[in-house]
Design a protein around this ligand. Structure first.
Ligand SMILES: [Mg+2]
Length: 366
């Protein structure tokens, strides 16, 4: 390595990408996804990171984080991270704050790896060459042919041996629809592919246990957020009573959240774009290991791949339909999941991703 390592600039941009069709899970509907992209520069290298958070994250980067990061040494990412967290003390750590810090932290790790001319997984040190993924989508808005087509794409065309669909909608009137969609999924993927479901907190404790009994014949292996992630007692009770692994953690914004949740689940989910970046995500993995748990990366597969390769207790990454579509659309170097795993590119520095300006421009909002 040679040259200047002091961060001299921090560019921020916002992109809004519409979904390819209406999307919903058990408790939320959406029609677009926002990315806040951060690009710090040191010497002649520019880092790249982003969060899937609201445009307000960009204002927070400009108003609060910029002064901490510009002038910091790009090789000392934990120092910049600590400075950012300290600067946000009075703002409230969960939510927008942690998402904004995440975008900057990821970009700084990418920048450091580029300055050292290493793939990020090599800078962090690899625990594994393969990063297993599971296909994730199966939105409640899909009609049956659309659901079947998506499942066949993941399993048949890409060879992914694990898939997840959304459930937990309209419990009061139509629990039968959840059961019918689970049956359709199992029939489509055959007996050898793992089937996962995500209720996004849509059930009560009792409903979750009864539903798991009702779908028993379909061999569901993963029951995500059967009840609200805020109901740790409920998660633990359900985990003790159903066959599938109970998982949660996607709304975790700090390490203390994961410490509290660990005794209640079979697998911790953590999202690098929400939990203040790679710095904290690696520490969350250590918290999980201390509880004898594995970690599953939540969404944003191309932002997780290198960090995921660095932890011994990885279960898998979520190959989430929306984010896969966006990452393939906007970034050169997005990794394929062929055969059910991503393999961080050993021939490109950092995350191995390059924002394609001409592809991204139509979606740019600032
Ligand atoms: Mg989920």
């Amino acid at each position: 390595m040679s040259g200047e390592t002091s961060v001299r600039d921090l560019a921020v941009s916002v992109y809004v990408v519409p979904t390819d069709q209406p999307e919903a899970d058990g408790t939320l509907e959406w029609s677009r996804t926002t990315l806040v992209v951060v690009q710090p520069t040191a010497g002649d290298r520019t880092g790249l990171g982003w969060t899937y958070g609201p445009a307000a994250c960009a204002d927070l980067v400009d108003d609060v984080l910029r002064d901490v990061v510009v002038g910091s040494d790009a090789l000392d990412v934990p120092a910049a991270w600590t400075g950012m967290i300290r600067q946000c003390r009075n703002l409230g750590r969960p939510g927008v704050v942690s998402m904004a810090v995440a975008a900057v932290d990821i970009a700084l790790w990418d920048l450091k790896a580029k300055l050292l001319d290493l793939p990020l997984c090599r800078l962090l040190g690899q625990a594994r060459a393969d990063v297993p993924v599971y296909g994730s989508g199966g939105f409640t808005t899909y009609d049956e042919p659309t659901l079947v087509r998506q499942l066949e794409h993941w399993v048949g065309e890409l060879g992914i041996p694990r898939v997840k669909i959304k459930i937990g909608e309209s419990w009061g009137s139509r629990p039968d629809r959840d059961l019918a969609r689970i049956a359709t999924a199992r029939k489509t993927i055959g007996p050898d592919t793992e089937l996962y479901v995500d209720a996004n907190g849509g059930y009560t404790r009792g409903q979750a246990v009864r539903m798991a009994a009702a779908w028993d014949e379909h061999d569901v292996r993963w029951f995500e957020e059967p009840v609200s992630s805020d109901d740790l007692v409920g998660l633990a009770q359900i985990r003790d009573r159903v066959f599938p692994d109970v998982a949660a953690g996607e709304y975790g914004y700090d390490i203390a959240y994961f410490e509290r949740m660990s005794p209640a689940v079979d697998c911790l989910q953590a999202d690098v774009t929400r939990c203040a970046g790679i710095t904290e995500w690696l520490r969350v993995a250590a918290v999980a290991a201390g509880h004898g748990l594995e970690v599953s990366g939540h969404c944003a597969p191309n932002l997780h791949a290198h960090a995921a390769a660095a932890i011994p207790n990885l279960r898998h990454l979520e190959y989430f339909h929306d984010h896969v579509r966006i990452e393939n659309l906007l970034f050169d170097g997005a990794l394929p999941p062929t055969g059910g795993a991503m393999h961080p590119d050993q021939g490109r520095p950092g995350l191995g991703l390059v924002l394609d300006p001409s592809a991204a421009e139509p979606y740019r909002r600032r």
